[in-house]
Design a protein around this ligand. Structure first.
Ligand SMILES: *[C@@H]1O[C@H](CO)[C@@H](O)[C@H](O)[C@H]1NC(C)=O
Length: 279
């Protein structure tokens, strides 16, 4: 190769690396700590895989070392296979504390052959009650699938394998609360919930413990409260659903959404939350 080509290639490579500098991926050891579970949670395979387990005594979880103010986070998850009734596997962002902002993916387990429910919620200043639940178009315990949270100043979008399933927009002109003032951590966990399976009718079969969920191939595009203004110029920071994706979201919701707080008029006798009327 001519020396000139080598130099040009090096320059091109340099700019590619520089442009992608904000994408963090791969090594869980560098970005996360297992924060609870007394050995039930483990980062293994040189930081490439996390194994979270649940037994009768406790579950387990991991948490990012840093807090972020906006981000797009992809996580590949394979949830508890077989009879997973009563188990909940989660992936979420949260500022934690009593007035927490939070965006949740929660996988509610089920008996073998019965479908998981993907439960989602958005909290602003400690106030949630914004549940939407979905069946998935695949068995989430069979293979890894990618679950993504996009959180920027304009919107929150949840994706499953790149397909948007939920959007929560920032609509300040309608006085709708939006989480944009508190940095959040990235968290994941597994635990046991009485209410999870068929509304609490089916309990966990502890003879099958420990229950295991796996996490791998995370990818983070993130800003912190200390990031330079250029971080706010990243494309994901201004991403909104385009017309095509909005139509896709509608189709998915029509087919797979099984609960929507915005349709639950009995639950809100004084009127549906403001965001339901304006989206
Ligand atoms: C479990 O399976 C039952 C029966 O198919 C279904 O009604 C329920 O929505 C499923 N999921 C959960 C988490 O209960």
């Amino acid at each position: 190769m001519a020396r000139k080509t080598v130099i040009v290639n090096m320059i091109v490579l340099f700019f590619m690396v520089a442009a992608k500098a904000d994408i963090i991926s791969g090594d869980f050891n560098q970005q996360f700590d297992v924060t609870w579970g007394n050995g039930r949670g483990k980062i293994i395979n040189n930081g490439r895989l996390v194994k979270l387990q649940l037994d009768k005594a406790s579950g387990s979880g991991f948490k990012s070392k840093n807090q972020y103010l906006f981000g797009k986070i992809d996580m590949q998850i394979k949830v508890v296979p077989g009879n997973s009734a009563g188990t909940v596997t989660s992936f979420y962002i949260s500022s934690l504390g009593p007035a927490h902002d939070e965006v949740d993916f929660e996988f509610l387990g089920n008996l073998s052959g019965d479908p998981y429910i993907l439960h989602t919620n958005v909290f602003v200043q400690g106030q949630g009650n914004r549940e939407q639940q979905f069946y998935l178009w695949f068995d989430p315990a069979r293979n890894f699938h990618t679950y993504s949270i996009l959180w920027n100043p304009k919107t929150i979008i949840l994706y499953v394998d790149g397909t948007p399933i939920r959007q929560y927009k920032n609509m300040p002109s309608y006085n709708i609360p939006f989480p944009n003032g508190q940095p959040m951590w990235i968290l994941s966990s597994i635990w046991d919930a009485e209410w999870a399976t068929r509304g609490g009718l089916v309990k966990t079969d502890w003879r099958l413990a420990p229950f295991t969920s796996l996490y791998r191939n995370f990818k983070m595009q993130v800003c912190t409260q200390f990031s330079p203004p250029s971080c706010h110029q990243e494309p994901w920071m201004t991403d909104l659903l385009d017309k095509f994706s909005a139509r896709k979201l509608k189709r998915v919701q029509k087919k797979y959404m099984i609960y929507n707080y915005c349709s639950d008029v009995r639950r809100f006798p004084l009127g549906l939350p403001a965001e339901c009327k304006h989206s």
